[in-house]
Design a protein around this ligand. Structure first.
Ligand SMILES: [Fe+2]
Ligand SMILES: [Fe+2]
Length: 412
């Protein structure tokens, strides 16, 4: 009898990875076989997301295994693909509207909306893919920030056209000491972060703008000075996890972590600047991808996947049209998806063929992707994300990883 139980407990039933359904929880434990060893990869109940799917694909895993006793659960799970009611994401009209709207808004940092101060621009929330007006304000009818506003669920966003008014609001916070004295360094860091996000968003909207690209260097310099003054400023410069995914927020986070790592390994300030510029612009090629593909939650087909991966090459092309981008910065753009063991893209470089800036940005990029939420995907906690990155020892430079984990170890 004992043997029989062991047999039904053996994870011997293979399932093709492309059968797993993005956006649904796995009703069984998932195992892989690696060099003759069976390892548990996911636990029952885990949400299977685009990112998990991409991680499996990147690691070349095309088959997972489940226990024989879980086969009925698998059958039921697979039958839901056919009967599953089409979600918001599958409704092409609604999804197009959301994707389009998302580009017309800019996500602001709610921690900067200070109670008792007034704003003169409208606030909206982006929650469950829907934009809702929550504060109607204008120069002639300013509105005081209160706790109700700050408690709104979802991300707080403003119309892109109101960004100058938001800038003026941030400026007034600095001048009037919207925060108490001891919060001033935090406020300054937050403003550097907001300025950076706004400029990078502008740049992603107009990637060939010479004016905007010139500003990138000073954004990077501000961040470097801030971290040099106080190493813990890395935390204040990072954006908190939000409800939705924004390439501009991701770009700034990757730049801040890369700069922090560059400083921690004692690169010269000049080199940290070049690293920061490359990291800030590492995903600029995504500006060539349509909103629908970028935001797509369902399975990407092969062509869409190719288009996404091509952002690296497109990014380089765009940056070549600009003068004054240091040659060294290109490694961050071209190599941030390369993996140490040669399984990355676009050139499957390995080991030291991946330059230092490429190896640094790759770690920051993966960490930020894991900790960011997407619709249908809760973010991993920083602790868990670090443990995921740390396990990918074949992918990332182990020495850099150690420093990175030490740098971010304090984030809860
Ligand atoms: Fe990328
Ligand atoms: Fe990225």
């Amino acid at each position: 009898m004992a043997t029989r139980y062991r047999e039904i407990d053996e994870p011997d039933t293979p399932v093709r990875v492309d059968k797993l359904i993005v956006g649904m929880r796995l009703p069984f434990d998932v195992f892989i076989k690696d060099k003759g060893l069976t390892k548990q990869l996911f636990s029952k109940g885990m949400l299977y997301t685009n990112i998990t799917r991409d991680l499996l694909k990147e690691r070349g895993i095309s088959e997972i295994y489940i226990k024989i006793k879980d086969v009925p659960l698998l059958d039921h799970y697979l039958s839901q693909t056919k009967t599953q009611k089409t979600s918001f994401y599958d409704d092409p009209v609604l999804f197009k509207e959301y994707s389009y709207n998302k580009e017309q808004y800019y996500q602001i940092d709610r921690t900067l909306l200070t109670p008792e101060t007034t704003i003169n621009f409208n606030l909206f929330t982006l929650d469950k893919l829907v934009f809702t007006l929550i504060v109607e304000a204008a120069e002639s009818s300013p509105v005081k920030i209160d706790e109700n506003i700050l408690a709104a669920s979802g991300d707080i966003v403003i119309k892109k056209s109101d960004v100058p008014l938001y800038y003026a609001y941030l400026d007034s916070l600095l001048k009037t000491g919207g925060a108490s004295k001891q919060d001033l360094p935090k406020l300054k860091a937050a403003i550097i972060r907001e300025n950076s996000k706004i400029i990078i968003k502008d740049l992603l909207d107009n990637p060939r703008s010479g004016e905007k690209i010139k500003e990138v260097r000073s954004l990077v310099d501000n961040a470097i000075d801030c971290i040099l003054e106080n190493r813990d400023a890395v935390y204040d410069l990072l954006s908190l996890r939000g409800y939705d995914y924004y390439t501009y927020t991701h770009s700034v986070n990757v730049a801040i972590m890369s700069i922090g790592l560059g400083i921690a390994i004692e690169l010269k300030k000049d080199d940290v600047e070049k690293l920061g510029i490359g990291a800030m612009l590492h995903d600029i090629g995504k500006s060539t991808i349509s909103y629908e593909i970028l935001n797509k939650q369902g399975r990407l087909d092969d062509i869409e996947y190719k288009i996404i991966r091509n952002h690296v090459i497109e990014g380089e092309k765009i940056l070549r049209t600009h003068k004054n981008i240091p040659e060294e910065s290109f490694a961050a753009v071209l190599q941030h998806h390369e993996k140490l063991a040669g399984k990355g893209y676009p050139f499957q470089l390995s080991g030291n063929d991946i330059k230092l800036f490429g190896r640094i940005t790759a770690i920051a990029d993966c960490y930020d992707a894991l900790t960011t939420s997407r619709p249908y995907k809760p973010p991993f906690t920083p602790f868990y994300a670090l443990s995921v990155v740390a396990k990918e020892t074949g992918d990332y430079d182990p020495e850099l990883l150690k420093v990175f984990i030490k740098m971010l170890g304090k984030i809860k």
